[in-house]
Design a protein around this ligand. Sequence first.
Ligand code: ADP
Ligand code: NG1
Length: 458
Amino acid sequence: MAEEGPSIRLIQAAEHPRLLKMKEMFVSKFGSVPEFYVRAPGRVNLIGEHIDYCGYAVLPMAVEQDILIAVEPVKSQTFYLANTNSFYRDFSTSVNDIHINKTKPQWHNYFLCGLKGIQDHFNLKNLTGMNCLLDGIIPPSSGLSSSSALVCCAGLVTLRANGLSLSKTELAEICTKSERYIGTEGGGMDQAISFLGEEGMAKLIEFNPLRATDVQLPSEASFVIAHSCVEMNKAATSHFNTRVMECRLAAKFLAKYKGLKWKEILCLKEVQVKLGVNLEEMLLLVEEVFHLEPYSPEEICKCLEISLEELRTQILSKNTQDVLLFKLYQRAKHVFSEAARVLQFKKICEEAPANSIQLLGDLMNQSHVSCRTLYECSCPELDRLVDICRQFGAQGSRLTGAGWGGCAVSLVPTDKLPDLLANVQKAYYQSKKGRLAVEKPCLFATKPGGGALVFLEA
Ligand code: ADP
Ligand code: NG1
C-alpha cells in the first residue's frame, strides 16, 4: 500500500480563534478568503543531539507550537508572502524567479526553500502563484525547529497549491534536502518529526531509509521546555556547520585508517556499517585513531593526503573554509556515545522498569555533559538553566536542538511539575532582564503532538 500523505481536516474557521484572526487579516490584506490552511509543528528533541547528520537515530516529539499558513492560489505567477508579526516584512517575487540568499538568511528564504524543494522534485516549469499569510508560534532560533517547521509548511503549501501529492516520508526527505539551500548542513530529524509526529507518541527517527517508530513515554513523566533567553540563528553563524564538518572529517579519518574508500564516506554511521561493528567498538577506534589536540587544516591534509584546495572545495562547506581548528576526537566520541544513549532511552521506555524516570533522567544528564564538554554546543545560560531545573525536581535536564542558546528540556515526575514550574520561574526568569525573559518567558510542560496537516473550511 502506498504511504499516506498529510491528513486533511475539515474545520470552521469561526470556531478557531487563531484561524479566524488569520482569515480576517488575510481578507484585509489580499481582498479575498484563503482557500486552505497548512500547519507544521516544531519539535523538542528528547535525546540524540547532533547525531542525525551523522546518520544516527534520534528521539524527538512534535510540539503543539507550529507554523500556520493561510493560502490562496492565484492565476498570476506572483508569489506574495506576508506575516501576522510585523517584525517580518512582506515579500513578493515571480514564481519563476526564485533566489535563496545564503549569506543573509531572511525569513522568506526559509519559505523559498520549501517551495523550491517541491519545484525541483517535480521539475515544475510553471508553478502557480500564491497569496500566503503566515502565523508562527514556535520561539525562533531556540532549538525547537521553527526554521524546519516553516520549510515543511511551505513545502506542503506548494504541493497542495499545485494539485500534487506525496507521502509524509517523501515530503520529509525533500524538505530536509531543500532546507540546505539556506546554507545549513542539517540532518533530517526536524522535518521527519514535523510530518510524522503523532499525538501521544515520541518517535525514534532512523535514517537511510527514513522511518519513525512509536516510543511510549512513561505515563508518570512530564517534559518541560525552558528557554535560556539566548537566541542563536544557525544559518547566520558557522558553529553548526563547523560541527557537521568536524564529524565528516572524523568519518573520513576513521574510514582511511581502516582501509575503506574514504573519499565516498560522508558520515560516521557509514563507517560503522561498513566495518560491521558496534558502537562500543567505534568508541575504542576513536581512542586508537585520534589525538586529543585539535587538528589544523594542514595536518588534516597531510593525514588524508589531499591539498588545502581539495579540503576546501571538496569537503568543507562555504562558511567553514576558514576554520583553523577541528576537534575530531571530541566530536566523534560525543556522536558514538550519544547514539548509544538514544538506543538505551528507547529500550527503557519499552521495558518500563520501576525506576524508568531515574534511568531516563540519568541518560539526559549524561547527554548534556557530553554536549557541553565534548561537543561544546552549550553556553553558560543553558548550563545554569539545566542546573536550576535539576535543583527543583527534574530527574534529567539537557539542552535541546542545536544549542549555543535556545531551550533546555527536562524530565520531571508529574507530581513535582507545579513546584518545578513555579521555582524555575523564580530562580531563572525573575532576575533576568531583556525581551525574552520579561515579555514572554518561555517555560511550559509539553506533550507529544501531531504532525503537519491541511485544513479546509467545511
Ligand atoms: P530554529 O532552531 O528555531 O530552527 P533557526 O535559527 O535555524 O532556529 O531559524 C530561525 C529562523 O526561522 C528565524 O530567524 C526566521 O527567519 C525563521 N522563522 C521562525 N519563525 C518564524 C515566524 N513565525 N515568522 C517568520 N519567520 C520565522
Ligand atoms: P534546530 O537548530 O533545533 O532546528 C538543528 C538541526 C537538526 C539537528 C539539531 C541538533 C537543521 C534544520 N536542524 O536543529 O537536524 O542536527 O540541530 O541535534 O539543521
